[in-house]
Design a protein around this ligand. Structure first.
Ligand SMILES: NC(=O)c1ccc[n+]([C@@H]2O[C@H](COP(=O)([O-])OP(=O)(O)OC[C@H]3O[C@@H](n4cnc5c(N)ncnc54)[C@H](OP(=O)(O)O)[C@@H]3O)[C@@H](O)[C@H]2O)c1
Length: 267
């Protein structure tokens, strides 16, 4: 069987380099092209120090698409991501999006182009399988347990709060229901901030301290019992590789945009 041909935009970056090594090691996949402005003209294996990885690096998406990839992986920056994705679709490739920061409107436009081209786009905010499963398990718990709160933890120099993962979880749980508050926030005594922020029907708290990497708890409480689902990320990009490989293998079965890795997983 012929290998699936892949082009990775951002192949020299933190996330893209780990994925490129994963693709190189996978027997059914072939990394035919890479994009990076600063390393254009070089061979990816020389940049990543991987022997035998002879993939050429291109500066632009139009040059990279000449390698005829079946699948284009977008792992760069939000300011260029949509242009890359639309170009890849128009060039006949399916697209896996790891880059964060595209809006619902962006995905609406991408969906139209993808459907017109008969191609699939799988956009995944977090490829880590353990994070994907936490979200899925939390959705199930929210169907049975009406009270929950979300706590996200990160290092002290992380500027955004709450984390993208906490926001995504709140959004997904809001499709199940809003978490129940036994005492409404404006009837609480003391500073309201001590109860965190109400986002899409969940109370969300953000802790920013040295010593933490990235983790998240969602706590479901019932009388005399609790369920605590906790996700912890390490410091490497390794956790994102297996989920991205799963997305690469599934995206060819899609037409139009799908969001979230669990949309192509069986439960
Ligand atoms: N979905 C997930 O699970 C997941 C996991 C990790 C990260 N991410 C997201 O993935 C994206 C990349 O993160 P990262 O940490 O890997 O970033 P990074 O280390 O800064 O790498 C960015 C890569 O994109 C290339 N690039 C940047 N701007 C470009 C442009 N205008 N044209 C062409 N290439 C460009 C860079 O090469 P040059 O600078 O040489 O062009 C580099 O190869 C971010 O949006 C991040 O939030 C998602």
């Amino acid at each position: 069987m012929s290998k699936i041909r892949i082009c990775v935009a951002g192949a020299t970056g933190w996330a893209g380099s780990a994925l490129s090594k994963g693709i190189f090691e996978a027997p059914d996949l072939e990394l035919v092209g890479a994009i990076s402005r600063s390393q254009a003209g070089k061979v990816l294996g020389d940049v990543l120090d991987v022997q035998g990885l002879n993939t050429p690096i291109f500066r632009t998406v139009s040059e990279a698409l000449k390698t005829n990839p079946d699948i284009f992986v977008e792992y760069t920056k939000p300011d260029i991501a949509k242009f890359h994705i639309l170009s890849a679709l128009r060039g006949g490739a399916h697209v896996v999006v790891g880059t964060s920061g595209l809006s619902d409107d962006d995905y609406g436009e991408i969906d139209e182009v993808a459907k017109g081209a008969g191609r699939g786009v799988l956009a995944v905010g977090n490829f880590a399988l353990t994070a994907v499963l936490l979200q899925k398990f939390a959705e199930i718990a929210a169907r049975y347990i009406p009270h929950w709160e979300i706590i996200d933890y990160a290092h002290s120099d992380k500027r955004d709060a709450p984390s993208g993962t906490a926001l995504q979880l709140a959004s997904r749980l809001s499709r199940v229901r809003e978490s129940q508050l036994d005492i409404p926030l404006d009837e609480m005594q003391g500073p309201k901030e001590s109860r965190g922020v109400r986002l899409q029907g969940s109370q969300v708290h953000s802790v920013r301290l040295p010593g933490y990497v990235i983790s998240l708890d969602v706590i479901f409480g019932m009388p005399d019992q609790k369920l605590i689902l906790r996700h912890e990320s390490g410091t490497s990009a390794e956790p994102y590789v297996s989920g991205a490989l799963l997305a690469i293998r599934k995206v060819r079965t899609l037409v139009g945009v799908r969001r979230g890795l669990d949309s192509v997983m069986e439960f």
